[in-house]
Design a protein around this ligand. Structure first.
Ligand code: ADP
Ligand code: ZN
Length: 435
């Protein structure tokens, strides 16, 4: 498979580091000059852009957290006026306000370049017919993949997510050769393909799948690869940094090559904030290099993984992020939507007849993540007639839908059935097995 940008992707590590440093210095100067929030922060810490002389010096800069993005909602951290911003996306379902991100024309070009590289690494060429089954909208997945694949010259079918039977029909009728969506959706599609009596070898032309946006295990990969008779690669990114495109696997499938000329990644101990030893697991902290609309310093992703700098058989020299192990916070990603237990709590506690005891049970049923909220009713309510209980259940489902944007199941349970805790309550029971 050809390497999309061999000058960058096969650059010796030493040279790449020099390149990163040069871009980092420029980024810090640019951000300091254009974002008041950072200028104030650096001034109060008595750090000047010129103080960053080596890549290690980045540790003199403050971290940026998701909370700070929220506090500056919606456009407070933008470094460019709206006349230069050509696209806005937002991160899905976060507590309270979502985080809003913006792109200039150059940012979109940079993003498309990142996607073109990882899609090429995952086997896509201009001969391909690519079915994008990521949602198109505020979510960065659909549009992100779209423009990168267009850059490669693939024929894109922008079908977006949902209506699974139709997805399969399109796949069959249009001869899709590449599938792009979340791994859980791909696995669900595998089941529907079977139910519809479609033979993935005879009836479909799929060869490759580019999957990402949520954690997935090797066994899910195997399920998708066997079910569709394809090679499935993993790719990683997050809206705050750019969206998908931070890193992606090549066909060796041994970690996601980082677009190191655009992203400087540190791995820290989430407790101390210090760098972990090379190759150790920690929280990924990302600084985009050269982004115009929303340049961030040291963004705390809360994603846990480690970085492998060893040589890859594909010939690329860039370091690789290994599979994301989990998150430092309690965010749940259900069907691609970010959900925090605190959002659920917020809704429940406002409803009459509900006791402040609940539990969130996450399962993977038929390869789809489901979330069930077990809610204790209070004594009066439970002794009441059935009709009222059914109504209450419906009300909770609706209120949760309003808050979360997805439908979750609600189960009312008798008073005092949910285990009480002496210490921290265990609100989430996650029965999904991620090996
Ligand atoms: P959304 O719009 O879906 O909320 P975000 O940008 O907020 O998108 O989601 C980014 C998060 O999704 C990451 O921080 C990470 O936790 C998760 N994620 C993205 N890609 C992967 C991947 N390949 N493996 C595991 N987790 C991923
Ligand atoms: Zn490789």
């Amino acid at each position: 498979m050809p390497i999309w940008n061999s000058e960058i992707e096969t650059m010796p590590q030493g040279k790449l580091k020099e390149f990163q440093l040069e871009k980092l210095k420029k980024t810090i100067r640019y951000t300091y000059d254009n974002v008041k929030f950072y200028r104030n922060k650096l001034d109060s810490m008595k750090v000047k852009p010129e103080d960053i002389k080596t890549l290690e010096d980045i540790r003199k800069l403050p971290f940026t957290t998701k909370n700070e993005l929220r506090e500056n909602f919606p456009y407070g951290l933008f470094a460019r006026p709206m006349k230069d911003v050509v696209r806005i996306h937002a991160s899905s379902g976060t507590t309270g306000k979502p985080t809003v991100v913006g792109y200039t024309k150059n940012d979109l070009e940079l993003w498309a370049e990142c996607i073109a590289r990882l899609a090429s690494a995952g086997g896509v060429t201009s001969d391909d017919i690519a079915q994008i089954s990521f949602g198109y909208g505020l979510f960065t997945g659909g549009f992100g993949l779209h423009y990168g694949l267009e850059k490669i010259g693939a024929a894109i079918i922008p079908v977006s997510s949902g209506n699974t039977e139709r997805q399969i029909k399109i796949m069959q009728d249009f001869g899709s050769t590449v599938l792009i969506c979340t791994p859980s959706y791909a696995l669900y599609m595998v089941d529907v393909v079977r139910e519809m009596g479609v033979d993935p070898v005879k009836d479909l032309k799929l060869k490759f799948g580019l999957f990402g946006a949520e954690p997935w295990s090797e066994s899910i990969r195997t399920g998708i690869e066997k079910g569709f008779n394809i090679t499935a690669t993993d790719n990683y990114g997050l809206s705050e940094i750019i969206g998908p495109g931070v890193s992606g696997e090549c066909l060796e499938k041994n970690g996601m090559h980082i677009n190191e000329d655009f992203f400087f990644i540190e791995v820290i101990d989430p407790e101390t904030g210090e760098w972990v030893k090379d190759g150790e697991i920690g929280e990924l902290v990302i600084t985009p290099l050269g982004k115009e609309a929303l340049p961030l310093f040291r963004y705390r992703t809360r994603d846990l993984s480690y970085i492998d700098t060893s040589k890859c058989a594909c010939g690329r020299t860039t370091s690789r992020i290994m599979k994301i192990r989990g998150r430092t916070d309690d965010m749940l990603i259900i069907r691609g939507v970010n959900i925090f237990p605190s959002q659920i709590e917020e809704v429940l506690l406002k409803i009459e007849g509900v006791a402040p005891h609940y539990q969130i049970v996450v399962e993977r049923k038929n390869n789809i993540d489901t979330l069930e909220v077990w809610v204790e009713t209070n004594e009066n309510m439970f002794s009441d007639e059935m009709k009222k209980l059914v109504e209450l259940e419906k009300l909770i489902v609706e209120k949760l839908y309003g808050q979360l944007g997805i439908r979750v199941d609600v189960k009312l349970v008798e008073p005092k059935t949910i285990e009480r805790s002496q210490g921290k309550a265990k609100r989430v029971i996650d029965n999904r097995k991620l090996v």
